[in-house]
Design a protein around this ligand. Structure first.
Ligand code: DAH
Length: 362
């Protein structure tokens, strides 16, 4: 009896081993794997059942069959763990593949900011005059009446004041304080503080009580002044012609000087550039477009600042930055400059990486 049961029992052990190995190989995910594990080693598992049945066996049987079953338990436990390691490795590999990052892809473009056209024009003006040896200075947005008008030879009740109606501060300051109507105040500051000879430009904000498609209550100008013992009107003309041709990127740009009047220059000249009224093209056609004001600094302005007009003389000029920008880029309306409309800025704005003209020459 014992002899005859032995091989049969050995058969069921072999059968269980084969079945579990096949089931493990077929278990392709953790859930299937766990079902196999519980089906063998769990409380109601096949192997657990066989081990429990040993309790009813004879001591002889228990010894031989117990050893076989324990060996099988160890073998299957190891096989189950090994399968688990394979499944874990496969799951990790699949996840890595699914989440693969291509490190050679170019970086997503950052949403870079743009340079406002006004700032770009100021940069270009500085670059061009910088190459001609001008330094950059600044005045004050809030000025006394004297810096904005009086010292510039525009006394109270002078008609020139009527053209530059501005905003006065409501305080008791004497002389009254106002928002400067022109950057020409910088002529006075520079004459009072710098030692001649010097040349400088001063871009900045200016204010007038004006508002329409081409005028804004706040706008920008750039002033220039050059003082020396032998500074001439010919130098003023050469300097402005060079500037305008560089700024409009047209070496053949036509420039015309027209006698004019400003209280703080004598003689004074309005500067025009060639223009086609019909197409708006700069430098072409037979029309002229007024672009800036200039002249030789009036001896009275020098004297007002304690600079001896018998020893020193010089030239000055002033230009509107919005106007230069609109002409250069074909913009019809001035108001969008201050509206912060991102669509407009994206259309007309400048990449921060694009160098201003002549910057490399500075
Ligand atoms: N300040 C003048 C204006 O706002 C422009 C100007 C004209 C400035 C002649 C100057 C100059 O320095 O010489 O209209």
């Amino acid at each position: 009896m014992t002899e005859s049961r032995g091989p049969i029992m050995q058969n069921d052990i072999d059968a269980l081993r084969e079945r579990v190995r096949a089931d493990l190989a077929a278990a392709n995910d953790l859930r299937a794997w766990d079902a196999v594990r519980v089906g063998v080693l769990g409380k109601a598992g096949a192997l657990t059942g066989l081990l429990k049945a040993l309790g009813n066996a004879t001591p002889e049987e228990r010894r031989s069959r117990g050893a076989s079953l324990n060996a099988l338990k160890q073998e299957l436990t190891e096989a189950i763990e090994a399968r688990r390691r394979v499944l874990d490795a496969e799951a990790l590999a699949a996840r890595l593949e699914a989440e693969r990052q291509d490190m050679t892809l170019p970086a997503a473009p950052a949403r870079a900011g743009l340079i406002h056209p006004i700032s770009r024009t100021i940069e270009e003006i500085i670059a061009i005059f910088g190459a001609m040896g001008f330094s950059v200075g600044e005045g004050f947005d809030i000025e006394s009446d004297w810096y904005n008008f009086g010292a510039l030879n525009i006394p109270a009740h002078h008609p020139a004041r009527a053209d530059q109606d501005t905003f006065y501060l409501v305080d008791d300051a004497v002389p009254p304080r106002l928002l400067r109507t022109q950057t020409s105040d910088v002529q006075i500051h520079s004459l009072l503080s710098a030692t001649p000879p010097f040349r400088m430009i001063a871009p900045g904000r200016t204010y007038r009580a004006d508002h329409d498609a081409t005028h804004s209550p706040m706008f920008h100008q750039c002033e220039g002044i050059a003082i020396g013992e032998a500074v001439t009107l010919a130098q003023l003309k050469g300097c402005l012609i060079d500037f305008l041709r560089a700024f409009f990127d047209d070496p053949a740009l036509k420039v015309r000087f027209r006698a004019s009047y400003f209280p703080f220059t004598e003689p004074s000249m309005e500067v025009d550039i060639g223009w086609n009224r019909r197409t708006g093209e700069i430098g072409q056609g037979g029309d002229w477009l007024e672009i800036l004001g200039s002249g030789m600094v009036h001896p009275r302005v020098l004297a007002n600042c304690g600079v001896d007009p018998r020893q020193w003389q010089g030239f000055a000029f002033g230009m509107g930055i919005e106007r230069l920008t609109m002409l250069k880029h074909g913009m019809a309306d001035l108001r969008p400059f201050y509206e912060s409309d991102l669509r407009w800025l994206r259309h007309y704005g400048f990449s921060a990486l694009a160098p201003a003209m002549l910057h490399e020459g500075l």
